[in-house]
Design a protein. Sequence first.
Length: 357
Amino acid sequence: MNKKQKVIKRTGIIFLCILLVVFIAATALFGNEIRSLISLKKLDDHGMFQMTYYGDYGFDDFLKVGAESDADIEAFVTRSLLKGIPINLGVTGDGCTAFVTRNENGEILYGRNFDFTYAPSLQLYTNPPNNYASVSTVNLSFAGYSADYLPSGLNLDSFLTLAAPFLPFDGVNEKGVAIALLAVPEADIQKDENKITLNTTTAIRLVLDKAATADEAVDLLKQYNIYFSGGIDCHYLIADASGRSVLVEYYDGNLQTVETDTDYQIASNFIAYNGVNIGEGFNEFERYGRVKAAINENFGMLSERQAISLLADVGVMDGDTDKLQWSVIYNLTSGDGKIFAHRNTDNVIPFHINMEK
């Protein structure tokens, strides 16, 4: 081997060593993020995706500081999850419907529609250390995605999906606690300077990560202030594997709870506390009535098939525009579920979360 060949060989070895160091460093820095993005897959042509988030997303650290605004959440997520890549949160409100009932086997079903302007969605699995595993649904438009900008595999376009643990709109955890947000026309809550503040979606993450029952969920929410992102006020329908359910509203200066005197509970886009029935204006009372009638006509229960048909039937239409973005059913007893996008009951996707008894 002549001198020139030795130099080339040495240069090649050095280059390979540099690549190896870069690979090891990238794996050490982004190992869980890379695994998470590799798991990203498309479920439906409407823009529905699924991903497993691997590792810790720092929510316990977030709970120590909270957020007074979306800018605070953006800063925390950018620093802690996105390695400096900025994110801009944006949300607007529309109509939603949710209900809790039993199926023919006595199992607890939690059904939910999310009605919105076009919103790609992400079904997200998480299993953080020292907290409960969960599966949730994320509105990806909240993270900046749109019909013209969607995540696609292991590339920079998908990186913002790593913020998803902080952006759930509904979900269920391994204890059988389910929660969903629904827009309402107003909210009124007095701020307690001694409490940490959460926003609309991190309140859901709190419940999914920490609550083993519906009552625990309410107690947890009472420990925090809340503000609603984008100025879109919301309430939360919460249920657990025992069949206990409660509607949490922020009204008359405090966190209020609305319970049911039946074996089921329904929520739509109106304030139910104390019978005030203040609505959003997206046929919320009609939707509520149709769900109630369907459950009562079936002797206080719904099969999974009936629940799927009902969700597709009561989705919001705004003129010729179909606002129904996704529908999901969580079985709080078995951990089974079904999800489908945009009223497409021909592509109902099954999923499962292992329940911890």
